[in-house]
Write a protein that binds this ligand. Structure first.
Ligand code: 2P0
Length: 336
């Protein structure tokens, strides 16, 4: 076993019981999320420990539903959007690698059926909701009754942003301080903002030029601006949380946009430069900034991709729709 696999196996062993009981069929849903205070940079690449805390809003019914059940044959099966995948498929192998860590070497063949309700055209990453739904379904299938915080910790090994996909609404992922990673998980914020809206403006729905994982590691190791990022990002999370609690949307929006642009600045200063934004992304940002001078209250928490996301309150929705007719509007606090 490689050193990485050994360290990850020890982390799973610290949370899960030594022997898993026989599984039953179980289904779980997890929402996708968009960070308002971004996670960018790891202090430990094996345990996915971040350099800074991050804070997100979940996307309501947009997410992943995963069913885990005992396999029909003696081998694992992965079905994605009703299509059986070969074990070598990159998506299937990521899921199976994680599932093997969860089983801790026990031979328990599983059938894993997973579906995304995120429109492909929205160009949203699905690894956050994917790993959160997988962990929730595994927890239920093996009747483990792990706490959400424990599940958040486990999902982190699959994908950092998955820590935040166990709750609806606003969620904070605390960076933690321990080297063993047991204090780095997400918690929900007890605040709702029913008028909160998200617009997703699709720019490019193809694969990214560089995965977030590679992009983060490249930024940490080569960007001269990165040294100032963790403290700034930590402070921004605190300001955003306070703005949420005080229902100060302008403070929330301005800080989230500034935080996202600072993240992009650290990437662009990397050597060689890393830029996820495309011509169309900049055009949308210029349209936004120009409309803001005329009174529009909307802000862009740009992610590590070309698609543009806007946050605003309900009373701005008509203006957003007329400025960006192809936007998908999400109401994260809508009752389901
Ligand atoms: C975030 N992103 O906070 C940040 C902002 C992208 C930009 O988390 O390496 O797929 O699997 O932990 O979680 C995307 O990265 O990366 C991400 P890994 P992940 O949402």
């Amino acid at each position: 076993m490689s050193e990485t696999a050994q360290k990850q196996a020890a982390f799973f062993a610290g949370i899960l019981p030594l022997r898993l009981p026989a599984p039953r069929a179980a289904v779980a849903f997890a929402p996708s999320n968009i960070a308002l205070g971004k996670y960018w940079g790891k202090r430990d690449d094996t345990l996915n420990l971040p350099c800074n805390s991050s804070l997100s809003v979940s996307l309501g019914s947009m997410g992943t539903t995963t069913k885990v059940s005992p396999a029909n044959a003696q081998k694992d099966e992965v079905i994605f959007n009703e299509r059986a995948l070969e074990a070598e498929n990159p998506f299937a192998s990521k899921i199976l690698r994680f599932t093997s860590l969860f089983r801790q070497g026990q031979t328990i063949p599983l059938r894993i059926e997973t579906e995304n309700s995120i429109p492909t055209a929205a160009g949203l990453a699905s690894s956050a909701s994917g790993f959160a739904a997988l962990v929730s379904a595994l927890d239920a299938a093996f009747s483990l009754d792990l706490s959400k915080e424990q599940q958040s910790c486990l999902a982190r090994i699959g994908s950092g942003s998955a820590t935040r996909s166990f709750w609806q609404g606003f969620v904070r992922w605390d960076r933690g301080n321990l080297q063993d990673g047991t204090d780095s998980y997400a918690v929900p914020l007890h605040a709702t903002l029913p008028e909160f809206r998200i617009a997703i403006i699709p720019v490019d729905t193809g694969p990214k030029s560089q995965s977030s994982r590679d992009g983060m590691n490249h930024t940490v190791s080569s960007s001269p601006l990165f040294s100032s990022w963790p403290d700034r990002a930590e402070a921004d999370c605190k300001i955003i949380e306070q703005a949420i609690m005080e229902r100060d949307f302008v403070m929330l929006g301005e800080t989230a946009e500034a935080n996202a642009l600072a993240m992009h600045a650290t990437m662009m200063a990397a050597r060689p430069a890393l830029c996820y934004l495309k011509h169309e992304s900049w055009r949308a940002l210029e349209t936004l900034w120009s409309a803001r001078k005329d009174g529009l209250q909307a802000y862009a928490p740009m992610d590590a991709g070309a698609n543009v996301k806007l946050i605003f309150l309900q009373d701005q929705e008509a203006d957003i729709k007329s400025l960006f007719p192809n936007a998908t509007i999400i109401e994260p606090f809508r009752e389901r």
